[in-house]
Design a protein around this ligand. Structure first.
Ligand code: ACO
Length: 383
């Protein structure tokens, strides 16, 4: 079988309009712009509006990525949404996005690997393309972290933000795209960073055989110092691992796009690797930590700023709850002028049609149920 390579041919991002500054946060918790900026590098973050969900954010990012790729939703075979903040356990966020896009031929599922989710999803999709089972895929990182924060806890609420980023992967026989990936996990650190599932109330206590301690909040719990130590170690080791796998050296890498947790973590990792900070792309200042969305959001900004050119090697490195971590080397292939981000606005009408189609499908199911004489609960009506 011919070798297939998974190339990134489209990218798209969506950030909610509303931004919240550190000064605004200092009005609701005992903190300051100085403390937050010095410890994390964050100045502002975006917060989703009440009508926005992880799925609507993901849809916006995916639609923009498809526009750049100049691809019709019906050409998409696979949609993976990496998220820790789905609105439902099922249906998956990816299924909702499939419906909003009208991607009628796509498989769709969510992937849970916290802040490493984008790198995990990239590898799952790239492998599906490499085996020939899928031709094209959309990978999305989307989060509404603001919904799972305790807004009275200054140690966590200042760190996170909402947003979504997506890439379109396309199979090709031309070498390039996702070249090497390393993925790892260590569940013994599960208690360092956790977000209980919403159906557990009171929530189970990690490491205590699922006993409870009366903790009723479905919010993020984090041991900041331990996470800091973990993150600085695994960023360095996973970059070294993936470079070895790709048979490249640090000098062959044009840009590293790390998960945007905080600036100090990246600075410490850069020192460990003896690499200059200029090689690391950072936009955490404007977005905060958007978990699985942070790498594709940073990618969009890096492309917009002209930080990537054809044949550049770019490394994505993710780390987060689980514990999970991983890195990918991608050979960048698209010239900015080849992408088609503008002039595509009229194509959004297809998403209005997709909503209409979805309503019709629901109506059709209802009509079929009546015609076949079955009641809503599936029982045969009495004769
Ligand atoms: N404003 C003001 N003071 C604060 C705040 C705040 N927002 N938060 C905590 N403090 C106080 C603490 O109460 C403590 O006060 P005390 O000394 O009187 O008890 C003091 O600041 C120091 O607290 P630490 O938690 O020890 O602060 P630290 O220097 O470790 O910084 C931080 C905290 C920024 C969270 C750091 O540990 C860190 O960067 N950890 C990495 C965690 C991270 O980035 N998580 C993101 C999610 S995980 C991921 O994406 C992989």
């Amino acid at each position: 079988m011919m070798t297939r390579y998974a190339h990134i041919v489209g990218w798209g991002c969506y950030l909610p309009d509303r931004t919240v500054t550190n000064d605004e946060l200092s009005q609701i918790v005992d903190t300051s712009d100085e403390w937050i900026y010095q410890r994390t590098g964050i100045r502002t973050r975006h917060i989703a509006a009440a009508h926005e969900t992880t799925a609507t954010l993901a849809f916006e990012a995916a639609a923009r990525a498809l526009a750049v790729a100049d691809m019709h939703p019906s050409q998409v075979d696979l949609i993976i949404v990496a998220t820790s903040t789905p609105a439902y356990m099922f249906p998956s966020t990816a299924c909702l996005v499939q419906d909003y896009l009208g991607a009628t031929k796509a498989a769709a599922f969510d992937l849970s690997a916290a802040c490493s989710g984008f790198v995990y999803a990239l590898q799952m999709a790239a492998q599906s393309i490499a085996t020939g089972s899928m031709r094209n895929a959309i990978i999305i990182g989307s989060e509404t972290m603001s919904r799972v924060l305790d807004w009275s806890d200054r140690s966590t609420c200042v760190l996170f933000g909402d947003g979504a980023g997506a890439v379109v992967l396309k199979g090709s026989s031309i070498p390039g795209g996702v070249m090497a990936t390393t993925l790892r996990s260590d569940g013994s650190g599960a208690d360092l960073l956790s977000l209980p599932a919403l159906y557990h109330n009171p929530v189970p206590v990690m490491g205590a055989e699922f006993s409870t301690n009366g903790h009723h909040k479905n919010i993020i719990d984090m041991d900041g110092r331990q996470v800091y130590r973990f993150a600085t170690n695994v960023i360095a080791s996973s970059i070294q691992d993936v470079l070895r796998q790709a048979e490249l050296t640090a000098d062959d890498i044009a840009l590293i796009i790390p998960h945007q947790a905080n600036t100090r973590i990246i600075e410490t990792a850069a020192k460990k690797l003896k690499m200059p900070m200029e090689k690391f792309y950072l936009n955490v200042e404007h977005n905060g930590n958007t978990s699985a969305a942070s790498i594709p959001l940073a990618l969009c900004d890096a492309v917009r700023e002209g930080r990537l050119k054809p044949d550049d090697n770019v490394v994505f490195v993710g780390f987060g709850g689980g514990l999970t971590w991983g890195a990918s080397v991608v050979k960048w292939g698209v010239r900015p002028q080849e992408a088609a981000p503008s002039g595509n606005e009229w194509k959004r009408v297809r998403y209005v049609l997709a909503r209409g189609r979805s309503r019709l499908r629901r109506l059709q199911r209802k009509v079929e149920a009546i015609v076949t004489g079955r009641s809503d609960n599936g029982k045969e009506p009495e004769r």
